[in-house]
Write a protein that binds this ligand. Sequence first.
Ligand SMILES: Nc1ncnc2c1ncn2[C@@H]1O[C@H](COP(=O)(O)OS(=O)(=O)O)[C@@H](OP(=O)(O)O)[C@H]1O
Length: 304
Amino acid sequence: MSPEEIKDLQLVGKYIQPETREVDGVLLTKIICDNWDNIWNFQAKPDDLLIASYAKAGTTWTQEIVDMIQNDGDVQKCQRASTFDRHPFIEWALPPPLNSGLDLANKMPSPRTMKTHLPVQLLPPSFWKENSKIIYVARNPKDLLVSYYHFSRMTKMMPDPGTWEEYIEAFKAGKVLWGSWYDHVKGWWDVKDQHRILYLFYEDMKEDPKREIQKILKFLEKEMPEEVLNKIIYHTSFDVMKQNPMANYSTWPTVLMDQSISPFMRKGMPGDWKNYFTVAQNEEFDKDYQKKMAGSTLTFRTEI
Ligand SMILES: Nc1ncnc2c1ncn2[C@@H]1O[C@H](COP(=O)(O)OS(=O)(=O)O)[C@@H](OP(=O)(O)O)[C@H]1O
């Protein structure tokens, strides 16, 4: 992003309202809802790759891994642009002169790699029709909630999260952007075997990045020498990505993300939720979780 564009962004920033609306009961920003027809009618292609997730599940990490794989471990090539511009975020509509995800996607030559946080029922149907490959990444709800709370405090593009106590309740009720986490992870889980979907877990990636990167390689039908694989593991580690301006959103102006409040690459640590949930909040959360996830074969690890 050039300094000129950043200046424009700062002018535009004051027009960014964290207003929300719903599409089929799913809370989204007003700008996304106003643009919904275009998003729904987005034309996917058979050689598209979509990285899908609920917000704060490890999307950027997965994007960096995929980009490194696609570029055979060439770090310089992966520094060609920020994550947002390398992989269009299909539903993320911003006012001009900012690029909307759809504009970027439509301009991008094939094969395209894109990102979405949409729940499965709101995915543009052309992705199913074209049988595009999808990598879904899921993260345990407690760490995700903590991450989402901090992100919502530092970004001006989302509604104010309120107090920690209020935010836990909003999250449990699904009254946060992109709707219910519970429905999101279950919805994608339930269709994973009917389409070309690789379902990954943040905690598994943290536990054994090599094993999980190998799953992605297989899914993308790629092979690579051990030394390139090791380079990818290193380049996509939390500490290295935290210092990478093309992955840590530091090129974005503070009017959109004020990283002095909380950095985008915050902790990257499974189990951090224990520093935030009280014993009572944790018990309440678990009780509610059991109800909402009852009957599903999907399970999460809240620490590794
Ligand atoms: N390489 C690596 N290793 C471990 N963890 C990582 C990595 N990269 C990003 N992160 C952490 O992922 C969280 C951000 O999630 P997303 O990228 O999905 O956010 S977004 O919804 O796309 O804005 C956010 O989690 P928290 O640190 O818990 O807030 C990031 O720090």
